[in-house]
Design a protein around this ligand. Structure first.
Ligand code: R5P
Length: 310
């Protein structure tokens, strides 16, 4: 084997996406066994020589978050000890991202800790999609390529001929909603949501008009579904016509599937940064494999990644 070969490996966090990325790049998925010892500890065995390789390991740190994060760390350690030339952690969904600051006393900044762990394990670079807050890039002391799923999601809604109003389900999502509304030449509205605990939010009122229009509610992730579905109820009550929900990361934990299936919405559109564990009616999954595959190709070839978005 010559050095510098492009190699794509996968943990168990999102193997279907890793397979799609490898297919896009026209390379076979690297051969490795990522399993468990009888006591539950993670075992990793590379079944091929990777010496001198340009290794990309695809692992979303989605639920089970700690298992997937630990798999990623142990895989990176394994690649380092097997003499990879460069290791890029491809983390389509970066878990713990919502714990990115001390918003009350005596709490951790777990996003920073997760970033430190990935670096310490031996990653040289990180490639990720729609971080909960862009500042998390600075938590890593290594280069981070931060991709946005927006172009692939926009293409879908442009294909539907969507026009109406784009709604942010909370004040934090205004930037994303504004960008969608600009590209879809639609109006903009925001729901005033306040989080009272990690499980409970209180939805206040709507800023903007939705009456008689189709509404597209956009967010970076759907976790329990509470925020986005409450926002859907608010816009529906205010007279919106068809309501679409759109988010990059389908975390879908707890009662999310039930919450979404009972929601007054026409369609839920998400990407495959996280694999779905159950089918859901009215859900459309758009792949980011092309986006990630193209970025990996450019990183490997030392070409600009930002020009993907120009
Ligand atoms: C919050 O800041 C995020 O952007 C999402 O709105 C939130 O994390 C979604 O969580 P859930 O689906 O549990 O309301």
């Amino acid at each position: 084997m010559r050095g510098d070969e492009l190699m794509i490996f996968s943990g168990n966090g999102n193997r279907p996406l890793a397979e799609r990325i490898a297919e896009r790049l026209g390379v076979p998925l690297g051969s490795a066994t990522v399993g468990r010892f009888p006591d539950g500890e993670i075992s990793v065995k590379l079944e091929q020589n990777i010496r001198g390789g340009d290794v990309f390991v695809v692992q979303s740190t989605c639920p089970p978050v700690n298992e997937n994060l630990m798999e990623l760390l142990i895989m990176i350690d394994c690649f380092r000890r097997a003499s990879a030339r460069r290791i890029t952690a491809v983390v389509p969904y970066f878990g713990y991202a919502r714990q990115d600051r001390k918003d009350e006393s005596r709490v951790p900044i777990s996003a920073k800790l997760a970033a430190n762990l990935i670096r310490t394990a031996g990653a040289d670079r990180v490639l990720t999609t729609d971080l909960h807050s862009a500042q998390i890039q600075g938590f890593f002391d290594i280069p981070v390529d931060h991709l946005y799923a927006q172009p692939v999601l926009l293409r879908y809604f442009q294909g539907l001929g969507f026009s109406g109003v784009v709604v942010g389900p909370d004040v934090g999502s205004i930037k994303m909603a504004r960008s969608f509304s600009k590209h879809l030449e639609s109006r903009l509205a925001v729901v005033d949501k306040r989080r009272v605990s990690d499980r409970e939010t209180v939805v206040g009122f709507l800023i903007g008009e939705v009456e008689g229009m189709d509404a597209l509610i956009v967010d970076d992730m759907i976790s329990t579904g509470g925020s986005i579905v409450e926002a859907a109820r608010v816009v529906k009550k205010k007279g919106a016509r068809d309501v679409y929900l759109c988010a990059t990361h389908p975390v879908f934990c707890g009662e999310a599937m039930r919450t979404l299936s009972e929601a007054p919405v026409r369609q839920v559109v998400v990407t495959d940064t996280i694999p779905l564990t159950q089918p859901l009616d009215r859900i459309e999954v758009i792949s980011v494999a092309g986006l990630l595959g193209d970025a990996i190709h450019r990183i490997h070839m030392n070409e600009s990644v930002s020009s993907l978005f120009n």
